[in-house]
Write a protein that binds this ligand. Sequence first.
Ligand code: CP
Length: 306
Amino acid sequence: MSWSHKHILRLKDLDKDSIYTILEKGREFMEGLDRRPARSYEYLKGYTAANLFFEPSTRTRMSFELAQKRLGMEVLNFHATTSSLAKGETFVDTVQTIDAMNVDCIVIRHMKPGTPATAAEYSRASIINAGEGSHEHPTQALLDLMTLWLSGREISNLKVAIVGDILHSRVARSEIYGLQTLGAQVILVGPPPLLPVDLMQAGISHTDNLEDVLPEVDVLYLLRIQKERMAEAFIPDEEEYFKTYGLSLERLEATKDSCVVMHPGPVNRGVEVSHEVVSHSKSLILEQVRAGVALRMALLYLVLKG
Ligand code: CP
């Protein structure tokens, strides 16, 4: 195994070997997590992590904290609303303050793109990007790749449709880099105002017709409609969106038997996907969450000990 990354800032920085090193380490931890009680380790005993979440999160924040505890780390949780940000402290001052406490790893979610990279400039700690604005969410894409890989699928043989609000999605950008690096075909599907011009100009296949791709794809990766990032109305209304781009049971029946459904969560039921599809046997949505803890254990282990 060769590993040379101190930080995880962007999926774009990781080559195929690095991604498979992460997935293999994640698979090792996955086996221990399936026990009850789950297996804990002391690999990172004595190391400290600080989790800085400036935006809401359930999956990413909780799975990082669980991953840190399962590896024996000390964990500090920063809550933006009750921190000195309320007194005007800047992001850089916050990072330098936490760095002065001698932490080993800082996990950051922030609404502004570029903040994890800024933190890497102002801190000695390893920085892990837990989602930045509409730019990247590398740990989500890695756990999605791990979910597909652990299901026995050969990623280089897959055709993956990424469906919905691609324009505002940090998950989509990381997902595209990761899938393409491992050799998968990607097709973007959504209403034209939600398909980013730069990705279309980069030559990525795209269509505004979901029906056309249903019979030919191996993975339907549905994205959340991100109302919090839409400065103007990009879709007529949610009911209309579901009629055109939502994954109903009827649409799911038009897919191959082997096709699977993924979504990073949180799901807007009845908007991107119907209630029935969320819990359908083709849905990997909870498998993605399950993989998230092991994948984040792998990343913490590799950036601190790899
Ligand atoms: N997928 C994802 O990032 O979910 P959370 O916002 O709940 O962390």
